[in-house]
Design a protein around this ligand. Sequence first.
Ligand SMILES: O=C(O)C1=C[C@@H](OP(=O)(O)O)[C@@H](O)[C@H](O)C1
Ligand SMILES: C=C(OP(=O)(O)O)C(=O)O
Length: 448
Amino acid sequence: MSGHGDPIRMTARKSAALSGVAEVPGDKSISHRALILGALSVGTTRITGLLEGQDVLDTAKAMAAFGAGVTREGAGAWTVEGVGVGGFAEPADVIDCGNSGTGVRLIMGAMATSPITATFTGDASLRKRPMGRVTDPLALFGARAYGRAGGRLPMTVVGAAEPVPVTYATPMASAQVKSAVLLAGLNAPGQTVVIEKTATRDHTERMLRGFGAEVSVEATPEGNRITLTGQPELRGQTVAVPRDPSSAAFPVCAALIVPGSDILVPGVSQNPTRNGLFLTLREMGADITFENEREEGGEPVADLRVRFSELTGIEVPVDRAASQIDEYPVLAAVAACARGTTVMRGVHELRVKESDRIDAMARGLEACGVTVEEDDDTLIVHGLGPDGVPGGATVATHIDHRIAMSFLVLGLAARAPITVDDGSPIATSFPVFEPLMRDLGAEIVREG
Ligand SMILES: O=C(O)C1=C[C@@H](OP(=O)(O)O)[C@@H](O)[C@H](O)C1
Ligand SMILES: C=C(OP(=O)(O)O)C(=O)O
């Protein structure tokens, strides 16, 4: 849905030690992909643990609009009756991807090599985000796209009637771009190749293999070379979605900065393309232990035991950016409670997320009494140590769930409460954030 309802003001205040078990919901990236690959398969895909956040619900609706049978069987349990590779029907109406960059970009890729036309839109945040990064490579397959100036939504994509395979080096570290090209390559004859200089989340490659496609990955001096053999027959699968490390980040970071806390976050994916934040936090001195390491739903997972820690700022390795790209906002909040300076470089991509996340974090932290520095590609936070952040501000969230959750986490440790002007976008990725955090003892309330 392209609106996100009335704004919900929310306030977090200094809380006593957090304790208990935080069972975060399913992974957003994997949930989108399970629905899309299910729709492109022959037969039935059964998904458990699907994230029922608005972003994923919008993708489910889109898959139905392209002709798949999508049914909710119970909490997190969904079935998809696929139409097969190349089997998408032309949607009768505009596809509204709401707040979701992943949804719109992957779906554009999935339909771009079929002889159909679809028009995409989204909410005020998504309509500001660049789509040229996917429509440029999709044009190489023979698809055409007509959008607003700057490659913005609403945008109509005319799929290629006779697609040709493509070799494409992604100009930015983006799993969405990589995935759009691979999904388009499914209905092109021959081999489609994506070369990525920096490895990004690899859920599409893993899941394509799981559904029966031939995908090989070769390390080359230019980076990973991913080769997909086109026109496979994908077969419906059973997909157990693991818990989302990007959602786990919020209770984990809250426990680290609220004195006395000791929590358990079970079953969190430790996929090396997603676990950068946990490595960074450990380097800052975080007491996080990885217990019961195992495999679930094709992903390495572990239970995270997290205890309050006195943290020290670090220079975050630049080559780790892709594996923690969505976690920089909450890392910046944690950095404010560390001693010393945390330097985050190579983070330009944060400027084109649901909001300009460098700007949103910098302005919000300043309002809370924290000194920051920024340039186009960098965010530097001068930490004030435990109990050092003044808080006492209302922060603008710019329709960005991660900005909202990051400042609510910071409010649990700041001296004075922190209010966010609109917490409603939290429902896009982490619909149970409030009850889950309250169950741990976090004082988070809705205003008015
Ligand atoms: O492929 C995905 O599921 C995602 C890729 C990332 O975006 P980019 O591809 O733009 O880096 C990430 O920020 C987003 O939350 C999810
Ligand atoms: C960037 C994000 O999502 P998307 O690009 O799918 O909107 C996110 O969830 O932080």
